[in-house]
Design a protein around this ligand. Structure first.
Ligand SMILES: Cc1cc2nc3c(=O)[nH]c(=O)nc-3n(C[C@H](O)[C@H](O)[C@H](O)COP(=O)(O)OP(=O)(O)OC[C@H]3O[C@@H](n4cnc5c(N)ncnc54)[C@H](O)[C@@H]3O)c2cc1C
Length: 310
C-alpha cells in the first residue's frame, strides 16, 4: 500500500500528530496528507485500499491520539476546504476545514446572527457536523441547512439536508467512512455590531469559566440528561484529581488538562478513573465526548458500570 500512497501528491510518512491536536499529545501517523480540493481527495482514495484505517482530522480539538500513534492514513482538509462565505441570501457556506470562530466572525461581519456560539469552539466545520457541536444555548443542528458528504467506500458525493443526520446532543449518524466536505448554515439578519458584541461576550465568558484552548480537548464527558458532567465530577470531589501529568481542571471539572510531562495514556487513565469514581458515588455512568484514536492500554476502569450504562 505504502508505495502507491506515498507517490500521491502531498502524502508523507511518519508524521507527528501531537502539534495538530489541542492536547498536543500522541504519536505519529503512518501516513498523513493535507488535501487541497475534491480532486485531490479522489486521488488519495484511489491509492488507498478500502481495508486501510483512515482518520479524518479537523483541528484535533475533540480528539486524543494515542502515544503509539495511528497505524493508518490521517487526512486533514485544507486549501479550498478552508473557505467561508456569506451568500447574498444570507446563507453561510463553509468548507469542511473552516475554523468555527472564523465562520462566526464572517457571519457577524455580514450582519447575520445565530452562529456566534461557534466563536468559542476551536474546531472545524467538519468536526462540528460530526459531533453536532454546540454551546451557549445553540448547536450545529439548529443552523445547518445541508452538508456535502463524500463516502470514501462508495465514492458517492451527496448534499445531505439537516434532517438526514439524525442529530441529537453531540451526535450525528455520520459513518466513519463519510467525510464532511462543506456545509450551508442559516443565519438571521441582524445588526453587525450586535453580533460582534455577542462574540465578545462569549469569548469573555470562555476565558472566565474554562481553561484555555490548548492542552485539553474541551468537555471530556457528555452531559447526562438533566444534569451537568462537570457538576457531578465536582461533587465527587475530583476537582484537581491528578494522574501522571494530567489533572481534572480546578476551573471546570469536565476538563482534563495536561502539563508538559503528560502522555496520552495519562489522559486515558484519568478519563476512565473519573468515570468510575463518579459512577460509583452517584450511579451515573458518564459517556466520553472526546474521541480516541490509536491503541491505549486498558486499566480495568473502562469495564466498570458497563451494565448500568447499557
Ligand atoms: C477549549 C475547548 C472548548 C470546547 N468547547 C466546545 C463546546 O462548547 N461545544 C462543543 O460541542 N465542543 C467543544 N469543544 C470540542 C471540539 O472543539 C468540538 O467537538 C469540535 O466540533 C471538534 O472539531 P475538530 O475539527 O477539532 O474535530 P477533531 O477533534 O479533529 O475530530 C473530531 C471527530 O470528527 C471527525 N472529523 C473531523 N473532521 C471531519 C470531516 N471533515 N469529515 C468527517 N469527520 C471529521 C474526526 O475523525 C473525529 O472523529 C471544545 C474543545 C476545546 C479544546
Amino acid at each position: 500500500m505504502s508505495d502507491r500512497l506515498l507517490s500521491t501528491r502531498g502524502v508523507r510518512s511518519d508524521v507527528d500528530l501531537a502539534p495538530m491536536t489541542t492536547y498536543k499529545l500522541g504519536g505519529t501517523a503512518d501516513w498523513f496528507v493535507e488535501v487541497e480540493d475534491e480532486e485531490h481527495l479522489t486521488d488519495v482514495f484511489t491509492s488507498t485500499p478500502d481495508s486501510a484505517d483512515v482518520l479524518m482530522l479537523g483541528r484535533g480539538s475533540n480528539l486524543l491520539i494515542s502515544d503509539a500513534g495511528y497505524r493508518g492514513l490521517v487526512i486533514r482538509l485544507s486549501g479550498e476546504f478552508l473557505q467561508t462565505s456569506v451568500e447574498p441570501d444570507g446563507v453561510v457556506r463553509a468548507g469542511g476545514a473552516a475554523p468555527l470562530p472564523r465562520v462566526a466572525r464572517a457571519a457577524a461581519e455580514a450582519g447575520r446572527c445565530g452562529l456566534e456560539f461557534y466563536a468559542g469552539i476551536p474546531g472545524t466545520v467538519g468536526g462540528a457536523v460530526v459531533m453536532n457541536a454546540g454551546g451557549h444555548g445553540s448547536d450545529t443542528a439548529a443552523h445547518l441547512l445541508s452538508a456535502r458528504i463524500f463516502d470514501r467506500i462508495t465514492g458517492d458525493r451527496s448534499e445531505r439536508s439537516v434532517g438526514a443526520f439524525d442529530f441529537a446532543y453531540r451526535h450525528s449518524n455520520l459513518a466513519p467512512g463519510e467525510i464532511v466536505l462543506s456545509a450551508r448554515f442559516s443565519a438571521e439578519p441582524c445588526e453587525r455590531a450586535a453580533a460582534e458584541e455577542r462574540i465578545r461576550e462569549i469569548t469573555r465568558w470562555r476565558k472566565e469559566h474554562q481553561p484555555g484552548g490548548t492542552f485539553n480537548a474541551g468537555s471530556v464527558f457528555k452531559n447526562p440528561p438533566g444534569d451537568a458532567a462537570g457538576r457531578l465530577i465536582d461533587e465527587a470531589g475530583l476537582k484537581g484529581y491528578r494522574s501522571g501529568g494530567v489533572s481534572v481542571s480546578e476551573m471546570h471539572a469536565n476538563f482534563i488538562v495536561a502539563d508538559e510531562h503528560a502522555t496520552a495514556q495519562d489522559v486515558w487513565n484519568l478519563v476512565w478513573a473519573v468515570r468510575r469514581r463518579v459512577g460509583e458515588s452517584t450511579g451515573i455512568w458518564l459517556v466520553p465526548e472526546i474521541q480516541f484514536a490509536g491503541p491505549f492500554e486498558r486499566t480495568g476502569d473502562e469495564l466498570t458500570g458497563l451494565e448500568a450504562a447499557g
